[in-house]
Design a protein around this ligand. Structure first.
Ligand SMILES: Cc1ncc(COP(=O)(O)O)c(C=O)c1O
Length: 451
């Protein structure tokens, strides 16, 4: 009998609707194939950073992993996490916030719960608990597509897209505001997915924009989970000539969301994937933000390990992936709680941010030297691993396929609901010397295709 005969309704949905055609890994594979017959091929599809020697990693982390014992590497981890890791992760996260936000964050944040499967596993765990057909998910049209796989297909949740850029290419929360007004009357619960720095656009809001977001959230009157995907937190590139209020916030927006409305539940998803360039370790982390100390006291349980965890996440994780990988927790737990090692890894993280910033600045300079392009419109970008070009009057998929043939890999992003259509350019995976030739191909091919 063919497998179809045995599939559940859910299985049919996954088999029939989950489509890798436009997934970044699929475009990454196509780029690798194209590169195998073209030694000059430039691959700007990949969301993992490369340097002159190849894969970029943090030496302090690799060294620590190499000292782990057999038990620390191979035995089960506590299902609530390795306590030293959870405590140190919370410390490192809060340490990244502006000093004026730290005390509040210490009190109003649960201890983090580590989840197997990276940020993806953590996002799915949240979905398992809060998402059903009565729950509506609002997500930017410029979003990491696995959100659709995870929530739309995996959990059968209706997804509503809103643009975070106006037609003239400037960042705005206006469309989020109107989307909430449209959707809220027919929903029993909302999940608002936000990812800053944003994949694929490379945008991180400034303080003024976050104040607007707070105003939007204050007006919400139904239970709303604000799901923050903080994969790229901290990788921002401020402009010295701007007033500080107009520069990207250098850390997660999580601490700005406590205490503004009791109907809002902020949940922070992060992990070592990009924070420590540990993509394959498959560890995700969930932290909960409380409206008040009373909510915090009612929810968290101080378990035997001494951790203040929200047990509901531990239960959800137990039901689909049991416990999280142990080795990476052991290694990071030791590094983040040892003064010398912590100092060393912070320096490595700053050197990495600075390498990305250098590429970003070089990319901007190269862009400024180009003639106006008839079909490409770069979006404002100030952070993260990527830059983005809106494509006008041509399918982004068609342009990306043609670019592959001409020696450049980029990833197309399209959204049927809003008409968002463009290509993502991963400067994280290109060496500085390759940025100018990559832009040259992009400009030449797009101009040829339009005329
Ligand atoms: C915005 C965003 N969220 C989540 C992830 C996935 O993270 P992980 O590999 O830890 O599942 C990615 C990976 O590219 C991403 O870009």
């Amino acid at each position: 009998m063919p497998i179809n005969h045995f599939l559940s309704e859910h299985g049919h949905r996954i088999r029939n609707r989950l489509n890798f055609t436009d997934d970044p890994p699929e475009w990454g594979l196509r780029a690798k194939q194209a590169a195998s017959s073209n030694p000059d091929f430039l691959d700007a599809t990949v969301g993992t950073a490369q340097n002159e020697s190849g894969f970029h990693y943090f030496p302090t982390l690799l060294k620590e992993i190499q000292t782990l014992s057999s038990e620390e590497t191979l035995a089960y981890a506590n299902m609530r996490g390795v306590p030293a890791f959870s405590r140190a992760w919370k410390f490192d996260t809060i340490n990244s916030y502006h000093p004026s936000l730290r005390d509040k964050a210490k009190i109003l944040t649960s201890d983090p719960v580590p989840i197997a499967g990276g940020l993806t596993g953590a996002l799915f765990t949240v979905g398992q608990l809060f998402a059903d057909q009565e729950t509506h998910l609002l997500a930017p049209s410029s979003r990491w597509g696995n959100i659709d796989n995870c929530f739309g297909i995996g959990l059968d949740v209706p997804i509503h897209s809103f643009d975070i850029f106006s037609k003239d290419g400037h960042f705005t929360f206006d469309h989020l505001r109107s989307k909430i007004e449209d959707v809220a009357p027919s929903a029993s619960r909302l999940i608002i997915y936000l990812n800053f720095p944003n994949n694929p656009t490379g945008y991180m809001p400034n303080f003024k924009e976050i104040e607007e977001l707070q105003d939007i959230f204050k007006a919400i009157s139904l239970p709303t989970i604000v799901l923050l995907d903080d994969a790229y937190e901290g990788y921002v590139y401020p402009d010295e000539s701007f007033p500080s209020q107009e520069n990207p916030i250098p850390h997660s927006i999580f601490p700005y969301l406590f205490g503004i409305n009791s109907e809002i539940l902020p949940i922070k998803i992060d992990g070592p994937t990009k924070r420590f360039c540990a993509y394959g370790t498959r560890l995700g982390v969930i932290s909960l933000g409380f409206h008040s100390e009373t909510d915090q006291k009612t929810d968290v349980q101080v378990v035997k390990t001494g951790l203040n965890v929200s047990e509901v996440f531990v239960k959800a994780a137990r039901s689909h992936c049991s416990s999280a990988p142990r080795g990476i927790q052991e290694a990071l737990g030791r590094i983040l709680s040892d003064n010398e090692k912590y100092k060393a890894i912070l320096e490595e993280r700053e050197a990495f941010r600075s390498m990305l910033e250098q590429r970003y600045r070089f990319f901007l300079r190269v862009l400024q030297e180009q003639d106006p392009n008839p079909i490409l419109k770069p979006l404002t970008c100030n952070s993260g691993f990527f830059a983005f070009f809106l494509v006008q009057d041509l399918s982004a998929r068609v342009l990306a396929a043609q670019l592959l043939e001409k020696g450049l890999g980029v990833v197309p992003f399209m959204d049927n609901q809003t008409g968002f259509n463009g290509v993502r350019f991963a400067f994280c995976s290109l060496l500085e010397k390759d940025i100018s030739p990559a832009i040259e191909i992009l400009w030449r091919v797009s101009t040829e295709m339009c005329c």
